[in-house]
Design a binder for this molecule. Structure first.
Ligand code: GTP
Ligand code: MG
Length: 436
């Protein structure tokens, strides 16, 4: 049932200047009247009032009224700005529960906004992403998503698919019609080919951008003592990894996260790779190799004052990878293209190089692109449907082609949540914050 009135504390339950208790549903206004001085509700206003539990005044508050459908959920909504003590906020919540509200589930306000058609599913997902954003680029892409970027992205291709599907339909149903464009395998094929290409491009861009958004899995490797741990520390601006002049200092993987200007690196410092008989060091080196396997970006560190055959071996090992070769200890000797001195925190050449390397991917933030795994996977399924169909296209009858096109189209609808499975929707909104 949608019309019951829900309530939740929408701000973090911590001591603070203000907390917001939010209600949504048919009885919001009546319930508010029953606990305050308010007699008349004027929509879209903010009023000063007192909240009473029976005779006892419990807080002095500001209340905002939103008359549905002009509200976040499209229902009547009330937001009570109360004093931000944990105790008083809870008191108000309990009072509203006692007056007939039901405690909202996590994400239920946004779920109502979605079910009532105020936002589509991709916009709801973006609302959650914005709350969780930890970098400028994540925030920027989330706000675009809230503003409907996915619908903008999908509308042209969906419109075109819909047109072609309906033209085929008319051809099948009314073969005698003469003023309708004749659809045959031959003239449908170019559309299908173009959609496959467009969908592929959307997936490709989204995957490139996801790396930027989530942070680039970056591994720092090199032979022992070249300054890998020093480099990690310089990049994260903290003394996290142990640094000594002893070769083989680092045994475990050490992780650090750094927000550069536009991109985030999820860094892993590793044990120096060499032949070793030491049992612990050997395990560490095995971990280094694994981290190297999984990395999206490899920073290979070479000690500029001590380059030898072992470095050459590592260069060979990482060939063909997305790799940056960094010459460290530039305070002693300079060689190669990218020189740093981790000891002196002089790593600007490396940072600039990374920013430059990813600048095209970073600029995708200004485009409308798919935002998450769910959307990407649906787009892949839409594309796959078309690709499979194209394999035997010339031998396929038009009505089967139409069915396949519809299948593909439905995957796109699902991205926007225009068709949905209830359990999936429930699962999604449960990941939201309470009161959102
Ligand atoms: N002169 C100079 N010394 C450096 C620089 N960077 C690191 N070192 C020194 O090189 C030695 C090794 O540094 P680490 O950062 O521990 O090197 P590592 O590659 O992590 O070594 P392992 O963990 O043993 O593989 C230490 O004595 C550092 O002070 C640098 O830029 N210049
Ligand atoms: Mg180290």
């Amino acid at each position: 049932m949608l019309s019951d009135t829900i309530v939740a504390i929408s701000t973090a339950l911590k001591e603070g200047a203000i907390s917001i208790v939010r209600m949504s549903g048919d009885d919001s206004f009546e319930i508010l009247k029953s606990v305050s001085d308010i007699k008349e509700i004027e929509p879209n206003t903010i009023k000063f009032t007192h909240i009473y539990d029976g005779e006892e005044m419990i807080d002095e508050v500001l209340v905002s009224f939103f008359k549905g459908p002009k509200s976040y959920t499209r229902e009547d909504m009330v937001e009570i700005n109360c004093h931000g003590g944990i105790y008083v906020t809870r008191l108000i919540l309990n009072l509203l529960l006692a007056k007939g509200c039901r405690l909202a589930e996590a994400g239920e306000f946004t779920k109502r906004a979605y079910l009532n058609g105020r936002i589509d599913l991709s916009e709801a997902e973006s609302a959650n992403d914005l709350i969780r954003a930890t970098s400028r680029i994540q925030a920027k892409s989330a706000i675009k998503g809230i503003d409907g970027s996915i619908e903008k992205l999908l509308t042209p291709i969906m419109d075109e698919m819909k047109d072609v599907i309906s033209m085929i339909e008319v051809n099948i149903d009314y073969p005698e019609y003469e003023d309708v464009k004749e659809m045959t395998n031959v003239n449908v094929r170019p559309y299908v080919e173009k959609w496959i290409m467009d969908m592929g491009e959307m997936v490709d861009k989204a995957e490139r951008f996801r790396v930027i958004k989530d942070g680039i899995k970056t591994v720092i490797i090199g032979k022992p003592n070249v300054g890998k741990s020093s480099l990690l520390n310089a990049l994260i601006e903290k003394d996290k990894a142990i640094v000594t002049e002893i070769a083989g200092t680092t045994r475990d993987l050490v992780e650090g996260r750094v927000n550069l200007k536009n991109i985030t690196l999820n860094l892993i410092d590793t044990a120096g790779i060499r032949e070793s008989e030491d049992r612990i060091e050997k395990i560490g080196i095995e971990k280094s190799r694994q981290a190297l396997e999984e990395a999206e970006l490899v920073i290979l560190v070479i000690d500029a004052s001590n380059e030898d055959e072992e470095d050459a071996e590592l260069l060979r090992m990482t060939e063909g990878r997305n790799r940056i070769v960094v010459y460290n200890k530039s305070d002693l000797v300079k060689r190669g293209d990218i020189n740093v001195s981790a000891l002196n925190n002089d790593v600007s050449m490396l940072v600039e190089h990374i920013e430059d390397m990813y600048k095209d991917d970073v600029s995708l933030v200004d485009e409308d692109i798919l935002n998450n795994e769910r959307q990407i996977s649906l787009m892949k399924q839409a594309r796959n449907e078309l690709e499979e169909m194209l394999k035997h296209f010339d031998d396929t009858s038009l009505d089967v082609i139409m069915l396949n096109l519809e299948e593909s189209y439905h995957y796109l609808c699902e991205i926007l949540g225009k068709e949905y499975q209830e359990d999936l929707i429930d699962h999604m909104f449960r990941n939201f914050c309470l009161g959102k």
